[in-house]
Ligand binder design. Sequence first.
Ligand SMILES: C[S@@+](CC[C@H](N)C(=O)[O-])C[C@H]1O[C@@H](n2cnc3c(N)ncnc32)[C@H](O)[C@@H]1O
Length: 193
Amino acid sequence: MNENIQFLRAFLKNPGKVGAIAPSSPELAQTMVNGLEPDRDNIILELGVGTGAITKFIEPILPDSDSYLGLELDPKLHLTLRHHYPDLRILQGNACEAYKIHQDSGLGKVRYLVCCLPFVSLPGNVADQIYKQIDMFMDDGCDLRIFQYAHGYYLPPALKLRERMRNLYGKSKRSKIVLKNVPPAYTLTWSTI
Ligand SMILES: C[S@@+](CC[C@H](N)C(=O)[O-])C[C@H]1O[C@@H](n2cnc3c(N)ncnc32)[C@H](O)[C@@H]1O
């Protein structure tokens, strides 16, 4: 099945959890991976892999398959990911348990947290659980990179997320707006390293 259609189906079934009508564009995906230099001691953990729109741009910068771990909640999307990325470790799992899942994986330190989760549409209690997981990775020293859609940039959940991260980790680095994405988006990076 076409990836866009599969993504749209997942959205229609679970709009709050998927949070977007289309996968990230190549332009947004490229912006999400700019500057990342993973290796097996400094891995990328991708939360909310979807159909792999960003993974497609992560794969070429990985020196080996031990430099990456992906988590996707939706079992159907996960099945497709396993088919498209047989060499990558992409688990069907919940970002609310990301820290333990990473510990159990035996992989190296998470240096880059590439977070594609729809915080604006997730229930507040779920977002709070995921924030706590992010905090644990940030305490160990890492870069957190997210994207936020321009149309929702000043909605309360988006503002709350940025305020929370700013209070804990200082000012973010924001990319230029990525217009070639539906909808246009910014990427934001906080670093504790
Ligand atoms: C906005 S989509 C991003 C997908 C893809 N990374 C992209 O940029 O096109 C968010 C993805 O996060 C997944 N997701 C939502 N909640 C999750 C959770 N608690 N743990 C893991 N994945 C989750 C959804 O199923 C969906 O595939």
